[in-house]
Design a protein. Structure first.
Lengths: 146, 114
């Protein structure tokens, strides 16, 4: 179960294959994510991503061209990235005609692994609104009270 | 950025969110007060309060024989801002991806010629 989830999206005026290359080719990844990318884009491949002086191991999870790509990384945490110690980044590409692509990214992590199943369903239900919304609502309530 | 595991996993749990909601909405309250307003046991309430307190999201004080809990607004505010910053970071990355892909596509079309 993710503890923290960030869900963002963008519409891009380019075919899905072009967007796919932009998010999966190491020399492109260095332009939008890490400074140093040492990675083979294959499921289960282990690599490294560096951010300035810092960096950490990366494990590629899903490679399903040209629509799904995901990897786990754990900057500053050490150890093999796995559920519970890392952030999972999942890209989903959806073609909109031949010249447009909808790109969605979900980053999740800080899982607590010991949740009962009933809680998981409730979490999924409540999570629809998203984290930002939940926190904003709390903040608004707090503002009202003070 | 102060976005640690304890903080996020404390807020992520739906039962703890419910406790947090009640605390935010009602100010200083006791564990027994909370227990009659949630669909889980008094013991579970105590456990959730411990986790929330450890994450710095709530604090307690003794009032006569009672222990009262209240939200730590600063910590909650810090979490909200950390969350917004993470989202903004992805928006910036997606913007760069958009620019790279659109430029590559425009260049490819130009090279193809009419």
């Amino acid at each position: 179960m993710p503890g923290l989830t960030i869900d963002r999206e963008v519409m891009i005026e380019a075919p899905v294959e072009v967007v796919w290359r932009t998010i999966t080719e190491p020399d492109q990844i260095t332009q939008w994510f890490a400074d140093r990318v040492d990675l083979v884009v294959k499921p289960g491949a282990r690599g490294y991503m560096g951010f300035g002086e810092q960096g950490g191991p990366v494990v590629v999870e899903v490679v399903d061209p040209p629509t799904r790509f995901s990897f786990r990384w754990n900057e500053n945490r050490g150890g093999e990235p796995a559920a519970g110690n890392s952030m999972l980044v999942e890209f989903t590409l959806t073609p909109d005609g031949d010249e447009r692509t909808h790109l969605r990214v979900v980053e999740s992590g800080h899982e607590s692994l010991d949740w009962p199943d009933a809680e998981k369903q409730r979490y999924a239900d409540e999570h629809q609104g998203g984290w930002g919304e939940y926190l904003d609502r709390l903040a608004a309530l707090l503002g009202k009270r003070q | 950025m102060q976005a640690d595991d304890e903080l996020w996993s404390a807020i992520a749990d739906p039962s703890r969110r419910r406790v947090l909601d009640l605390l935010v909405g009602n100010g200083e309250v006791s564990a027994s007060w909370l227990a009659v307003r949630v669909p889980f046991s008094r013991q579970a309430v105590s456990k959730h309060l411990v986790v929330l307190e450890r994450a710095g999201l709530i604090s307690r004080r003794k009032h006569g024989r009672e222990v009262l809990y209240q939200v730590e607004a600063d910590r909650l505010d810090q979490a909200t801002r950390a969350m917004a910053e993470l989202a903004a970071q992805w928006d910036r990355r997606l913007d760069v991806i958009k620019r790279l892909a659109e430029t590559a596509h425009a260049d490819a079309k130009k090279n193809q010629g009419p």
